[in-house]
Design a binder for this molecule. Structure first.
Ligand code: PSV
Ligand code: MN
Ligand code: MN
Length: 388
């Protein structure tokens, strides 16, 4: 695509959702580092998310995690977001942080624990109703540490039953996004380990169930863009949790470890129509900023997604298709590497100016005084809820 106005229009439409938990204190299982000025409650997390949006112009929603963001009045929380120029996005249930979930949540052998977990998932759909959210973003920590610990097959049956109960409760315009992860916290077997398992459950449930691809949840060397292309073709790609990894589920800034992988993913998105709003693909970040300041790290992450998308939009599709038809292997590969090698920063700077934004969002954020203000105002910031 060499028409920059079309590229810019596509970039304007691409919205990137921030996660409320990325604004709180976080760390690894070795240490949670405390930073000054971190939010003390859900309201302040939303204020920080609104700040990311203010400087990037393309991060108009923030995902919430329940109970980390529990409040008495969810419509009030939604109103607060609206007043700050953003809205609440996906609702993330948490069925992994209570002692009762030691052997799992919806796959637990104890029916009473399964009942409690399903009740929480249903409560999250109530919250979606109250805040006008479209997506229930389900990640389950369920799994086994040892062979023989429980029946893998029985656990799939319990999973099926629980997901069906929650699916039934979804409203007309609501979806369930089912995330997969191949290990951790369980190490021998995870109950939703891969995209195939998630896809199979989604197909059985119905059209409102879609697969969520967290880029950090794959074994090293996995071809994530293949998964993306496959799911898009089948209309089952619900969205992403973007982050980057060197080793495992590192949750580092997207595009930091392997920008070429992010580009390859975005190429499949562009070619498969995943940027069209009708596709329903949700671009969300799922990151933790343990040692770097959180708000500028999120701003940079949004920029990284935009840069990868811009490069993908610059792929000369006609040249690519013709090289593919001719069996010109090097030519076809060269079309992609040419696009990847393009410096899209001037184009993005121009786009931001057209949107009435500063061309350099991080510099503008630093000049704004917001960081100093929150350090002065917020004493005793809360942990994200997420320690590892
Ligand atoms: C745990 O791996 C995780 O990072 C999942 O990706 C979830 O989406 C996220 O935590 C929030 O529960
Ligand atoms: Mn995730
Ligand atoms: Mn994760």
């Amino acid at each position: 695509m060499s028409d920059y106005s079309a590229v810019k229009a596509a970039l304007r439409r691409q919205h990137i959702e921030t996660p409320s938990w990325a604004f709180g204190n976080s760390g690894t299982r070795f240490k949670v580092f405390e930073q000054e000025g971190v939010p003390r409650d859900a309201y302040e997390k939303i204020a920080d998310a609104a700040t990311v949006h203010r400087f990037t112009g393309v991060a108009p929603s923030v995902a919430v995690h329940i109970p980390w963001d529990r409040v008495d009045d969810y419509s009030g929380l939604a109103k607060h977001a609206e007043d700050l120029g953003v809205r609440l996005g996906a609702v993330n249930p948490n069925v992994f942080q209570e002692d009762e979930y030691r052997l799992g949540s919806v796959c637990n052998p104890d029916p009473a624990v399964r009942k409690k977990a399903v009740a929480h998932l249903l409560e999250c759909v109530d919250i979606m109703d109250a805040i006008g959210s479209r997506d229930l973003s389900v990640w389950l920590a369920d799994g086994l540490n040892y062979p023989g610990q429980d029946s893998i097959a029985d656990r799939q049956a319990r999973l099926e039953e629980a997901l069906a109960a929650v699916y039934e409760r979804l409203g007309e315009n609501q979806r369930m996004l089912l995330e997969y992860k191949f290990f951790e916290p369980a190490f021998y077997a995870t109950d939703v380990p891969d995209w195939g398992t998630s896809y199979a459950h989604c197909v059985e449930l119905g059209d409102k169930a879609q697969v969520l691809v967290d880029t950090g949840h794959h074994a090293p060397g996995t071809n994530i863009e293949f998964i993306v292309a496959f799911l898009l073709r089948k209309h089952r790609l619900g969205g992403f949790h973007f982050n980057s990894r060197f080793y495992a589920d590192d949750d580092l800034m997207v595009g930091a470890a392997d920008p070429y992988q992010l580009f390859r993913i975005m190429v499949e998105i562009v070619l498969g129509g995943g940027l069209d709003s009708a596709s329903g693909v949700a671009f969300m970040l799922d990151q933790c900023h343990n040692i770097e300041p959180k708000i500028p790290a999120l701003i940079r992450s949004v920029q990284n997604v935009q840069e990868a998308t811009a490069k993908a939009l610059l792929v000369d599709v006609d040249a690519l298709r013709s090289a593919q038809r001719d069996g010109d292997v090097l030519g076809a590969n060269g079309v992609l590497t040419d696009a990847f090698a393009t410096d899209v920063r001037p184009l993005l700077a121009e786009l931001r100016e057209e949107m009435g934004l500063d061309p350099d969002p991080i510099a503008a954020y630093r000049r704004s005084g917001y960081a100093e203000r929150i350090v002065a105002e917020r004493v005793g910031g809360a942990a994200a809820g997420w320690g590892a």
